[in-house]
Ligand binder design. Structure first.
Ligand code: SF4
Ligand code: SF4
Length: 107
């Protein structure tokens, strides 16, 4: 199993999760982060750190978010590892609880 970043992270990207991950498995895209399922050791530390509640254990990903399991695996191969927290986008708080953000994902 692995942990999975879901839709609520899109356009928020607070990166609080990155600082606590012991194995550097977060990868960064233009407006979203993903977890490399091959690196995640299921430590659970990142879940509580995410202000957007975007991270779930693979088995607990909500039904309408299941596509993010494959998306994390796919994009982790394409995007570079991020190892340090950085400033969130200026409008991150405005996007935090907006639904249907998958169409806004930049690759
Ligand atoms: S803390 Fe949550 S919103 Fe921020 S980058 Fe990590 S998963 Fe995305
Ligand atoms: S569960 Fe642990 S190892 Fe997996 S992404 Fe979160 S902090 Fe990293």
């Amino acid at each position: 199993m692995a942990y999975v970043v879901t839709e609520n992270c899109i356009k928020c990207k607070y990166t609080d999760c990155v600082d606590v991950c012991p194995v550097d498995c977060f990868h960064e895209g233009p407006n979203f982060l993903v977890i490399d399922p091959g690196e995640c050791i299921d430590c659970t530390l990142c879940v509580a750190e995410c202000p957007a509640n975007a991270i779930f254990a693979e088995d607990d990903v909500p039904v309408d978010q299941r596509q993010f399991i494959a998306l994390n695996a796919e994009l982790a191969k394409q995007w570079k590892v991020i190892v340090e927290k950085k400033a969130a986008p200026a409008d991150a708080d405005e996007w935090r609880d907006v639904k249907d953000k998958l169409r806004l994902l930049e690759r």
